[in-house]
Design a protein around this ligand. Structure first.
Ligand code: ADP
Ligand code: MG
Length: 707
């Protein structure tokens, strides 16, 4: 992280590499706290952009109803005193005369006998002093306004001008680091780095795109004199990030395009035809189109790097299997990588089912296999007896040797990073790569976020698939329907969140909930429990019993997210739904409505934040996976949306792919033009960009190639 900020924030001289301890007021303890924010050098500090800004140019007009709970007060101290308010609490109160009348400013501190906690306040809040106080403002019992002070400044202190009477930056913090301290440190770093903040963009681009210089942008981002200046600064810094990202994507694509895989596929149909015949359904138009796109790629002389996006239930597995079978028909091996053991397990089951009777051997390879099983699987892979290997990232380990691996399929691609994709590809030299995601996003965004990939989209659900009606409701109401449906011979899922597969606490509460439901609200019904920590055999047993209708209700952790296909299940109750991400919720509800029956998904939750509420409401209102993925992305931002694994891929700190969509496409054009005019960025005007790309190459993006 430390380097991430510095290499992102442009090019600078040696001064910028100085550790933060160089600054006044930073000792070892503060340096350690800053390091938690990823701030180690002055450059990191400058690259720690504000997450927000606050307008403190004028004191808050306290005679009007508050627009925000935060008030900026300027007044003259009338009187002030501190007193004990309990065994452990002391309060200091200053009455300030303001144009809107008298206001009380309050400070709360832990009391201690050893010294007077209010020494400096007593000194500063002398009657007659002009002060600024910033804090939360709430009416007291009698309606008079009080400010719970968070910061205060003496009006005649020259340092106050950094914190009040202006637009101030608001930063992400960590314990031991306050907004005030950060502002002062950033200001200090700006001064120390004066004259060393070199421009890395070609002057021509700055001019054409009307962008601020790097120095202006840094100052304007941290300490803007006006909102337009803040906007211009943010624009420049966002453009900068986009340009770098797009350059990197173009380079990566270029690198892929010149690769020669040295083998080709022939569509023999020896496996594909019997496979299609025994599917039991017709492929959708979208599936046929996408399979053709993939086959076209696979027949090319250069390796395929393709993203397959398709909503839950759009039938990606059949598409993946078709690609795998084309490889097997040609005498090659294929790998299928899933993000978790459970998913790998379930995918293997699905595939074996589809492959029944075909001369294709599929094996499982995960780290949870027993030593003996693993050895056996490894041997089959090594001898080339295994045609299709399904597994987790255990597939990437050294001792997994494929003699004839030519195709890798990666499911739920957003949970893996570019690095893992690359490792998988390196396993067998130059092979074909198909990555899949169930959180489809609009094309322009896909280009920005997964710029090294070609994109195929399954935009059609198989016939007969209905999306479950989704409602927010209290648990009691949901359980009523569970009982009614059970009486009518139908089945239900009740799902509890397990965020970490290893979280014992979550597991424990799911088990307790199971007992509670069985003993109380659902007494008399046949209720089973299934969770990820169960041995695979036991899970499989319960799942097949449920599929056979032996259980009326299945209480589950999200193991059922993928794989179960029970047409008779018509109700899903998702407990604590606010703890799931939108994409997971959408995946989960995709488990019902698999048949022709009407189905209902209940979201049971008391969301604690407006965002959480918005997420649930969006889900209830829409069944469109594209729309949901887009909302999810908006709410969480690309970093979180794509998972931490990809953090280094899209280091967008200032750029927002939605707000700045137009800027993003401008940057894309500029990146393409720069590389078409100067393929290796060797022109002097590109020196700055080149240096930054190479820095990325060293640190994280090991695929950026300018040699
Ligand atoms: P995804 O992985 O895209 O969420 P799956 O591959 O699991 O979707 O497919 C969902 C379900 O639809 C599976 O039961 C699958 O067998 C079935 N299915 C796939 N394609 C078709 C089709 N063309 N017609 C009918 N059912 C299909
Ligand atoms: Mg799937």
């Amino acid at each position: 992280m430390g380097q991430l900020a510095s290499r992102d924030s442009g090019v600078g001289g040696d001064h910028l590499k100085q550790p933060v301890q160089f600054l006044k007021g930073v000792g070892p303890r503060r340096a350690a706290a800053l390091a938690r924010l990823g701030i180690e050098s002055l450059a990191d500090l400058l690259g720690h952009y504000p997450r927000d800004w606050q307008d403190r140019r004028e004191p808050t007009d306290l005679s009007r109803p508050a627009e925000s709970p935060l008030a900026v007060v300027r007044g003259r101290v009338v009187r002030a005193e501190g007193h004990r308010a309990g065994p452990r609490m002391s309060i200091f109160k200053a009455i300030l005369a303001t144009p809107a009348g008298e206001i009380a400013a309050l400070w709360f501190k832990h009391a201690t006998r050893r010294y007077d906690v209010f020494t400096s306040l007593k000194r500063d809040m002398a009657p007659g002093a002009e002060v600024w106080v910033v804090g939360r403002c709430e009416p007291d019992l009698l309606g008079a306004r009080e400010v719970r002070a968070e910061e205060y400044y003496l009006a005649d202190d020259p340092r106050a001008s950094l914190h009040v009477g202006r637009i101030v930056p608001i930063y992400d913090l960590t314990e031991g680091i306050s907004q005030r301290l950060l502002r002062e440190l950033v200001q200090g770093a700006l001064t120390a780095a004066d004259g060393e903040l070199h421009e890395s963009l070609p002057p021509r681009l700055l001019q054409e795109r009307g962008l601020l210089s790097y120095v202006q942008a840094l100052r304007g981002a941290h300490f803007p004199a006006s909102w337009p200046e803040r906007d211009a600064a943010r624009n420049r810094l966002a453009y900068d990030e986009f340009l770098l990202l797009e350059l990197a994507w173009f380079l990566k694509r270029r690198q892929n395009q010149v690769l020669v895989k040295g083998f080709g596929y022939e569509i023999k149909r020896s496996l594909l035809t019997p496979f299609r015949k025994q599917l039991g359904f017709e492929l959708t138009h979208a599936q046929i189109r996408v399979i053709n796109e993939i086959f076209d790629d696979m027949r090319q002389g250069r390796p395929m790097t393709r993203l397959l996006q398709g909503d839950v239930g759009s039938g990606k597995t059949v598409v993946a299997l078709s690609a795998l079978l084309l490889a097997v028909e040609n005498g090659f091996q294929g790998a299928f990588m899933a993000p978790t053991e459970i998913l790998a397990d379930q995918h293997l089951g699905t595939m074996l089912n589809f492959l029944r009777g075909l001369p294709v051997r599929a094996v499982l390879l995960t780290s949870r296999l027993k030593a003996k099983e693993r050895e056996a699987a490894l041997t089959q892979v090594r001898r080339g007896e295994a045609d299709i290997v399904v597994g987790t990232h255990a597939l990437l380990e050294e001792d997994v040797q494929f003699p004839r691996l030519r195709l890798a399929v990666v499911d739920e691609q957003h949970r893996f990073g570019v690095r893992q994709r690359t490792t998988l590809r390196q396993k067998s030299g130059l092979m074909d790569l198909l990555v899949m995601t169930a959180t489809p996003i609009p094309r322009t965004l896909a280009l920005a976020l997964y710029g090294d990939l070609d994109v195929s989209t399954l935009d059609e659900l198989p016939p007969g698939k209905t999306t479950a009606r989704t409602v927010r409701a209290p648990e009691a109401e949901a359980l009523e329907l569970v009982k009614a449906e059970a009486a009518a011979g139908r089945q239900s899922y009740i799902v509890y969140p397990i965020i970490e597969e290893s979280s014992r606490l979550d597991l424990q509460s799911a088990k307790m909930e199971y007992e509670r439901l069985r003993a109380g609200p659902l007494a008399g019904l046949k209720v089973a429990l299934i969770h990820g920590a169960m041995p695979g055999g036991q899970k499989a047993k319960i799942m097949s019993e449920f599929a056979a209708g032996q259980w009326q209700v299945l209480v589950a952790t999200p193991v059922i997210e993928v794989g179960i296909d029970v047409a008779n299940a018509t109700v899903m109750v998702i407990q604590n739904a606010d703890r799931f991400g939108m994409a997971s919720l959408h995946q989960l509800r995709g488990r019902i409505g698999r048949g022709r029956l009407d189905s209902t998904c209940f979201l049971v939750a008391q969301p604690k934040t407006p965002q959480a509420r918005h997420r649930l409401e969006t889900l209830a209102a829409s069944s469109d996976g594209f729309r949901i993925a887009e909302e999810d992305l908006k709410l969480r931002g690309p970093g979180e949306f794509m998972g931490t694994a990809q953090h280094g891929e899209v280091a967008l700190k200032m750029g927002d792919v939605f707000r700045d969509a137009a800027l993003l496409s401008v940057a894309r054009q500029d990146a393409e033009r720069a590389l078409s005019e100067d393929a290796k960025l060797l022109l002097p005007e590109h020196a700055g960009l080149r240096a930054r790309l190479l820095a990325l190459y060293e640190k994280e993006w090991d695929w950026v190639d300018l040699a």
